[in-house]
Design a protein around this ligand. Structure first.
Ligand code: FE
Ligand code: FE
Ligand code: ZN
Length: 302
């Protein structure tokens, strides 16, 4: 098989922690993964159990998962663009970095934040201030600023905005970018012409700054500023355009992470939801879209 680095969002539970996350990723035939160290919508976090981390690392080694390709996503309640709760946000971001260090993970994806009325420039100043404070802490973690759809007052919907933040960062070695295909589409970048998008990124920021790529189809048309992810090949971006991103030679060493929605069990209630990743990864490896994707998923898990 090729050296494609592909994985998806997995859970990280109190009792199994990183070991559970690795096992879940392996169940989808992924060779990398991303997770929140706790609930994304709150800041409650439990102690990291080093014995579970050791077992997880052993299992990763056995299965050729390089921990350098594993990514943590910072909780989305952290909003660095707004000056409200600034001290708390900085402290929590540092704690997340420490947790990553303890787990041996060196990439953390972060949404730049929403300025909620302050204006883009003030928002960018706040983000840069907070990041500079957080990055004073010694750590192996690089922060990957995620490109956003531009929903509400989100900052980071253009490469210019991301660049403005990076320009203000003192420790540039530890700041990178996470491209999200759904967000790029919704922000107005045409994924069908991905080479052009990458060229623009290279001119403005530099390809060496891409630390992670989120692979999602989109439920909405280009420039819709919505941010609703769709399963691979079932949205407006199309399977082939996503393959062009995934197999782009310029991104070959960058981890690709799926964050596509779980599939409802069409039968009785919508109670049961099934992860799509095993089947999406299979389609991606085969480079062939399967029209029966959703049925295959339901049949496998029910
Ligand atoms: Fe994200
Ligand atoms: Fe994303
Ligand atoms: Zn999103």
């Amino acid at each position: 098989m090729n050296n494609l680095i592909i994985g998806n969002h997995v859970s990280f539970n109190k009792n199994t922690q990183l070991l559970g996350s690795v096992k879940e990723a392996l169940s989808y035939n992924a060779n990398t993964f991303m997770f929140y160290t706790g609930a994304p919508q709150n800041t409650a976090r439990y102690e990291i159990d080093d014995s579970l981390t050791e077992k997880a690392k052993e299992l990763m080694k056995q299965n050729n998962i390089d921990i350098n390709n594993v990514v943590v996503h910072a909780p989305y309640i952290i909003n660095l663009a707004n000056s409200k709760n600034m001290d708390f946000n900085i402290r929590f971001l540092k704690e997340e970095m420490s947790r990553c260090d303890k787990l041996g993970i060196n990439k953390m994806v972060l949404h730049p934040g929403s300025h909620v009325g302050l204006g883009i420039d003030a928002g960018i100043d706040n983000i840069a201030f907070a990041l500079n404070e957080a990055l004073k802490m010694e750590s192996n973690v690089s922060i990957c600023l995620e490109t956003m759809a531009g929903k509400g007052s989100e900052i980071g919907r253009t490469f210019e905005e991301i660049k403005k933040i990076i320009d203000k960062i003192e420790n540039k070695n530890r700041i990178m970018v996470c491209l999200d295909t759904c967000h790029l589409n919704d922000a107005g970048y045409n994924i069908c012409e991905f080479d052009k998008v990458l060229k623009e990124f290279d001119e403005k920021i530099g390809l060496n700054k891409i630390g992670c790529v989120h692979i999602n189809d989109s439920k909405n048309p280009i420039s819709s500023h919505k941010d609703r992810h769709e399963n691979i090949g079932l949205g407006t971006i199309s399977f082939n355009s996503l393959l062009n991103v995934i197999y782009n030679d310029l991104l070959k060493d960058v981890p690709k992470i799926l964050e596509t929605p779980y599939i409802g069990d069409n039968n009785e209630s919508k109670d049961r939801l099934y992860p799509p990743y095993k089947f999406e990864i299979e389609m991606i490896r085969n480079k062939k879209f399967d029209i029966n994707l959703l049925e295959n998923i339901r049949n496998y898990y029910k």
